[in-house]
Design a protein around this ligand. Structure first.
Ligand code: COA
Ligand code: AMP
Length: 629
């Protein structure tokens, strides 16, 4: 039995002993009464009765413990020609003062603060400042449209929004202020106060009476100390795509989250305190929350904040330059980033320009890692390339190769085995376990380990409905896949309407809602089709209302623009086919899976319940001009 399997076994047979020991690495203001509280099962709570402050553990503790002069954050921004190190002492000063700004703006413990920011150090400073005073942050990814921001404002009801005047995407400056204004105007919940970081690349005019300038506010502010909060209190809400246009507010607690993340840094990523660690993601995603901000800081690492892209900022050598310049030992990104680099530099010419001798491992997640990309990265870098699988709901990996425990053999196509705390079961439609090699719904037997969502924001019912109802006693991951004879997990597809575009999780149901609201559209479907760079891309199929006179090309353009305006550029929605009818079962269910197979040139079985098989040929013909089918 491998060491990882042994740890898994212990974590499942003695969860309180296992996670209680892991929690000893943190500073607790009050020790917990119970490691695992199952009194309200299936709503489990970790470290009930304990009091902790996540910001204290991520910042103050390291200043007190001798890391004051060590860089906590290195902000590396090729798009603004900036490289700036912020020491733990400086970070503490900034965070404590921004906590003062929030307090002066009326933010109290338990209040929500929305953070809508690009990849600048002020984003983690604002997050940590919330944690410091027990406020709950909700970071919204910059690539979402105002409508998505407005939905989150209405659900989280923030007291303050923290934003910046602009983001920078490659060569383009994206003004954020108009997006912010539009979202605030659209939301029903009224936001009284915004703190705005002015960036020289694109300053904005502040709205009098509502907006405060970040620098002015910081200059006037006084530092505020950490407030102990309940271990079970929410640290943040992170909205993620569900099966409708209404995103799910995933709640993260303080105590369980800090415990699991700290454990993961040593045992999964194999990094020691003090070492530079880099997650090339965005603070708006869960990878950014966990592995740009919280985990590396909890572990006393130097975290790299990279405001750039894998290619074009300025070239496909950007990642190697950052690894070499900042002596990064371990990096984490999405496979799509490596596909982008490989496309521009297939022979890895740029890698040879940099000294990467200190680099130990590359971790990939966020989407299925195709074996080709994994092999290419391994060959080019000469270090283990580790695929690991997780989701916004868990905050850390469900299946991983725990390199800090031992390096298990890498099997391309598999994110390895269950991480400690996760009792992964593959179930059939009746909830029965399936044999090795057979595909089923990937579930986790309750209780979930620390850091996993205790519920959805103010919606216990949706939490139960979405995750726990399908198979009582199990958490439904939404992914389908299988385990092989060695217990390695393979993630094959989703069982819902979620697609993964360049490592970004999106709901096709949400896009269908947007298309359906166009006055010319009678019916529609959105499917995720294979894309060599981004993994998947959304493709719309629409049936127009009888009598619509507008030119089809014009409608297609309007639909593309509508998804961009209402969901955001990140949806990368570019292709729409106008069809006469959609294939359906006799009971009226649209056959999205079959259309996806047609688009991807895959073999498909004629569905037994199809209403009219001839429609499938029509779909194939309609997709051909778009390069599909
Ligand atoms: N603010 C505003 N707009 C944003 C944005 C942000 N934070 N992030 C992305 N966008 C925009 C992009 O500019 C692009 O707009 P466009 O349609 O006008 O060109 C659109 O959203 C799609 O973005 P993206 O999917 O990132 O495509 P891209 O072509 O700009 O870059 C990759 C492609 C592969 C280089 C990039 O997606 C990447 O590096 N991804 C991997 C890493 C990652 O972040 N994974 C997340 C989870 S780990
Ligand atoms: P997100 O919540 O945005 O992190 O997306 C989570 C989803 O991305 C998972 O449920 C999977 O569908 C997919 N995913 C994440 N990591 C992997 C991986 N290593 N392999 C396959 N799919 C993955």
């Amino acid at each position: 039995m491998s060491l990882q399997d042994r740890l898994l076994e212990r974590s499942l047979s003695d969860p309180e002993g296992f996670w209680g020991e892991a929690a000893e690495g943190l500073h607790w203001d009050r020790r917990w009464d119970r490691v695992l509280d199952g009194s309200r099962a299936p709503f489990y709570r970790w470290f009930a009765g304990g009091q902790i402050n996540t910001c204290y553990n991520a910042v103050d503790r390291h200043v007190a413990g001798g890391r004051a002069e060590q860089p906590a954050i290195i902000y590396d921004s090729p798009v603004t020609n900036t490289v700036r190190a912020i020491t733990y002492a400086e970070l503490l000063d900034q965070v404590a003062r921004f906590a003062g700004v929030l307090t002066d703006s009326g933010v109290k413990r338990g209040d929500r603060v929305i953070i809508y920011m690009p990849m600048v150090p002020e984003a983690p400073i604002a997050m940590l400042a919330c944690a410091r005073i027990g406020a709950i942050h909700s970071v919204v990814f910059g690539g979402f449209a105002p409508n998505e921001l407005a939905t989150r404002i209405d659900d989280a009801k923030p007291v303050v929004i923290v934003s910046a005047s602009c983001g920078i995407e490659g060569q383009r400056v994206i003004p954020y202020k108009p997006l912010l204004d539009q979202a605030i105007a659209q939301a029903h919940h009224k936001v009284e106060s915004c703190v705005l970081l002015q960036r020289p690349q694109g300053p904005a005019e502040l709205t009098p009476g509502r907006d405060i300038d970040w620098d002015d506010a910081m200059a006037k502010s006084r530092p505020v100390a950490c407030v102990p909060v309940e271990a079970t209190d929410p640290l943040y809400i992170l909205y993620t795509s569900g099966t409708t246009g209404q995103p799910k507010g995933v709640v993260r607690d303080n105590g369980g989250h800090a415990t699991a993340l700290l454990w993961s840094m040593k045992n999964i990523y194999n990094v020691e305190p003090g070492e530079p660690y880099w997650a090339a993601s965005d603070v708006g995603w869960v990878v950014g929350h966990s592995y740009i901000v919280y985990a590396p800081l909890l572990n006393g690492n130097t975290t790299i904040m990279f405001e750039g892209k894998p290619v074009g900022t300025p070239d496909p050598g950007a990642f190697w330059r950052v690894i070499s310049q900042h002596k990064v030992v371990t990096m984490f990104t999405a496979p799509t980033a490596f596909r982008a680099i490989r496309k521009e530099d297939p022979d890895g010419t740029y890698i040879k320009n940099y000294d990467l001798s200190h680099f130990r491992a590359l971790f990939l997640a966020g989407e299925r890692c195709d074996p080709d990309t994994l092999k290419w990265a391994e060959t080019q870098l000469g270090v283990p390339v580790i695929d690991h699988w997780w989701q916004t709901e868990t905050g850390w990996s469900i299946a991983a190769n725990c390199v800090g425990v031992e390096l298990l053999p890498v099997k391309p196509g598999s994110p390895t085995k269950a991480a400690p705390g996760y009792d992964i079961r593959i179930l059939d439609d009746e909830g029965e376990p399936v044999p090795a090699g057979q595909i089923g719904a990937i579930c986790i037997k309750l209780p979930l380990p620390p850091s996993c969502l205790p519920t959805l924001w103010q919606d216990d019912e949706r939490y139960e409905q979405s995750y726990l109802k399908r198979f009582p006693g199990y958490y439904l991951t939404g992914d389908a896949g299988y385990k092989d004879d060695d217990g390695y997990v393979y993630i094959m597809s989703r069982i819902d309407d979620i697609i993964n575009v360049a490592g970004h999780r999106l709901s096709t149901g949400g896009m269908e809602e947007v298309l359906a609201s166009h006055p010319a559209v009678a019916e529609c479907a959105v499917i995720g089709v294979h894309d060599a760079l981004k993994g998947e891309l959304p493709l719309g199929l629409v049936v127009l209302k009888a009598g619509v006179q507008t030119d089809e090309e014009e409608i297609r353009k309007e639909l593309v623009q509508k998804v961009r305006d209402e969901i955001g550029p990140v949806a990368a929605f570019r292709h729409v086919a106008v069809v006469n009818r959609l294939p359906k079962t006799r009971s009226g269910k649209i056959l999205r899976g079959t259309m996806k197979k047609i688009a991807d040139h895959e073999e498909y079985k004629m569905p037994a319940t199809i209403d009219d098989p001839a429609i499938l040929d029509e779909i194939g013909d309609a997709l051909k001009p778009l390069g599909y089918g």
